[in-house]
Write a protein that binds this ligand. Structure first.
Ligand SMILES: C[S@@+](CC[C@H](N)C(=O)[O-])C[C@H]1O[C@@H](n2cnc3c(N)ncnc32)[C@H](O)[C@@H]1O
Length: 405
């Protein structure tokens, strides 16, 4: 790779040498980052901005005296550099990438930002690096796993190499397998039973968290999701990792379960893991129920943690974030969702079955709340409602919402 061909850009507080995007545009003008010799995707800035905020909150809420951070699949090294430049107390940030070109660019970017004292470049397989680090008795307070496609190959090693009460961020760009659209690949990669449903993103996020929870339990660790979201072509979750065999079992019992789902009338029910359903017939239409899972069935959002993120972004100090407006909007929606421990339902499904126009989401939310149930909008889609209602209550409220139009 010719270093002269790199261009200098700024993201957050970091200066970065990256491949010239003009050279990797498709005929329709869209930039294709995976064609470039070193990966840098401007569409992931929001993901990185929110990770900066999350690490700042982790630093504030935990009793860590310093933060050691691993950017395990670093590309240009943008994450490691931004963590160093934008989060206080980062004493070590390792930017690791297996590709020689990426390693070269990471070293250039470390120099460009005068970050040599804290940010270190490394060229190893991410799993090899994490197991080696842990075998030397060392851990990180935060690990960022941001691969092409599935994070599954790096889940166990990252859970192993993170410090007790530290956090790991996972990005998944294989949204079609995870969400059941490509259910054969999803079932294989995440060790679950999957089908296509009317809530693909909701299922995808819960499959990902369920998978991480089970990998954690294997090594006597348990997880606590801090923030989880779907955006553009990717899913992102940041989880805190605790240690302890009994807490790991408890988390599995409480937070893993299945979704029984009827493809004919869309009936569904969340069933805890130890309560595997006996009947495979839909109580609503008599059709056959399909079992999806195991899935994470607890809350995917930590309200206090996201509240802290939101108050940071509202302060003038963080106005510089490139996606300040969109990040703030997303956090505000996530706060609403964090207050409802329940599944997201799709308003269009009962409307389709009942052959009625789709009612406004707000009317359905109002109806659910008038029944003493919890309900909120979702960040995923304006057509979804997160609620602790049963499917029957939801269907009735969709019908009521139609009548009140
Ligand atoms: C999606 S890119 C990373 C993007 C970067 N985190 C960012 O925010 O711009 C994934 C990177 O992982 C690297 N990679 C792929 N397999 C790897 C492995 N087994 N170990 C370490 N790096 C790997 C690739 O070379 C690529 O640079």
């Amino acid at each position: 790779m010719d270093l002269q061909e790199l261009v200098i850009i700024k993201e957050g507080k970091a200066l970065l040498k990256v491949p010239n995007p003009e050279k990797y545009r498709r005929s329709d003008g869209v930039y294709e980052p995976s064609w470039a010799p070193v990966f840098y995707n401007p569409k992931q800035v929001l993901n990185r901005d929110l990770s900066i905020l999350a690490l700042n909150v982790l630093a504030t809420l935990s009793d860590f005296s310093e933060l050691r951070v691993l950017d395990a699949l670093a590309g240009s090294g943008v994450r490691a550099l931004r963590y160093y430049l934008e989060v206080p107390n980062v004493s070590l940030a390792i930017a690791n990438d297996i590709a020689t070109e990426a390693f070269t660019v990471i070293k250039e970017n470390i120099k460009l930002n005068n970050a040599e004292s804290v940010v270190k470049a490394c060229k190893l397989d991410a799993n090899a690096f994490m197991y080696l680090w842990k075998s030397m008795g060392r851990t990180f307070e935060f690990i960022d796993i941001d691969p092409f496609g599935s994070p599954a190959p790096f889940v166990r090693s990252s859970l192993w190499c993170v410090r007790r009460n530290g956090a790991v961020g996972y990005t998944a760009t294989d949204t079609a397998p995870l969400s059941g659209v490509k259910w054969v690949a999803g079932s294989r990669k995440y060790d679950v039973r999957l089908i296509k449903t009317d809530i693909p993103h909701e299922i995808g996020l819960r499959v990902l968290l369920g998978h991480i929870c089970r990998r954690a339990a294997e090594i006597d660790r348990f997880i606590e999701p801090l923030i989880t979201f779907a955006k553009h072509h990717y899913f992102r979750t940041i989880i805190r990792v605790g240690k302890g065999a009994s807490k790991a079992s408890e988390t599995m019992d409480k937070c893993l379960g299945y979704l029984t789902y009827c493809r004919k009338c869309y009936y569904r029910e969340v069933v805890p893991i130890n309560d595997i359903p006996r009947s495979s017939l839909c109580p609503s239409c008599g059709g056959r129920l399909v079992v999806i899972g195991p899935l994470w069935i607890c809350n995917m959002f930590h309200k206090d943690f996201i509240d802290h993120m939101l108050s940071l972004i509202k302060s003038s100090e963080y106005k510089y974030l490139p996606t300040w407006h969109d990040s703030r909007e997303l956090l505000e929606l996530l706060i609403e969702e964090s207050q409802v421990n329940g599944l997201a339902y799709n308003v269009s499904s009962p409307a389709r079955i009942r052959k009625v126009n789709m009612p406004p989401t707000n009317a359905v939310i109002k109806c659910l709340r008038s029944r003493g149930l919890k309900a909120s909008r979702t960040h995923i889609s304006g057509q979804l409602i997160r609620t602790n209602a049963s499917w029957a209550d939801f269907v009735e409220c969709v019908a009521n919402g139609c009548r009140s139009q």
